[in-house]
Design a protein around this ligand. Structure first.
Ligand code: SAM
Length: 209
């Protein structure tokens, strides 16, 4: 059960909450509609834009740094975004244990920490068990969108998803690639291009057509 402060009926920043129970999406959002999840939201530029421009979807921002979450909270409150919630938590625990099964329509992972040194590559978020964590929370047909400026991480992402037969590569919709995150603008200005990748998930036993 979530115990967000009761000053608003639906607090944007869900903190603290009980880490032993799954988030109850029906409880945290006023409307039942497709839910999108961003992993590592930073200052929230993408998810605030997405929530503002897609009022018929719900959005969850996740981030470990409280200062960044407070900024998202402030901006979302000011814009009266009823379809955005923010969670302070470590991403892998959150997606393994706290997001309900088959509950997420789309996942966004933009500029995950690259851990560029070879000996640190095992710390990257997108590594072999990641596709299984994501498969648990996506609804059938659900998609994941990623971006990175790091070519080695881009190759790791490609290999990780290629190793899971339940995921198929799909094009990144232009509506998404047209929107640049803060990190993306920063790197692009320095001449470093963005590597985009997107995947759709269907369980192997899913009935075809
Ligand atoms: C490089 S920034 C990218 C931010 C944003 N996605 C963007 O494109 O502007 C990565 C963000 O992920 C957060 N982060 C990294 N690892 C995390 C983890 N394991 N759990 C929660 N947040 C994490 C960091 O605090 C940081 O804000």
């Amino acid at each position: 059960m979530i115990s967000g402060k009761a000053s608003r009926p639906y607090p944007i920043l869900l903190n603290p909450f009980d880490i032993r129970e799954c988030l109850n999406l029906d409880w945290i959002f006023p409307l039942k509609q497709p839910t999108e999840l961003e992993l590592g939201s930073g200052d929230g530029a993408f998810i605030l834009h997405a929530a503002r421009t897609n009022p018929h979807h719900n959005f969850i921002a996740t981030e470990r740094l409280l200062g960044r979450l407070k900024k998202i909270d402030r901006m979302a409150s000011r814009a009266q975004l009823h379809n955005l919630r923010a969670v302070r938590h470590e991403i892998s625990y959150l997606i393994r244990y706290l997001i309900p099964e088959s509950s997420i329509h789309r996942i966004h992972v933009y500029f995950p920490d690259p851990w560029p040194k070879k000996r640190h590559a095992r710390l990257r978020l997108i590594r072999p068990p990641f596709t299984r964590w994501v498969a648990r929370i996506l609804e059938p047909g659900g998609c994941l969108f990623t971006r990175t400026d790091d070519p080695a991480y881009a190759e790791q992402i490609r290999l990780v998803f290629a190793g899971d037969p339940e995921f198929s590569p799909i094009p990144t919709p232009q509506m998404l690639s047209d929107y640049k995150t803060e990190f993306e603008n920063h790197w692009n200005k320095l001449g470093i291009p963005t590597n985009y990748a997107a995947y759709q998930w269907f369980p192997l036993a899913y009935p075809k057509g």
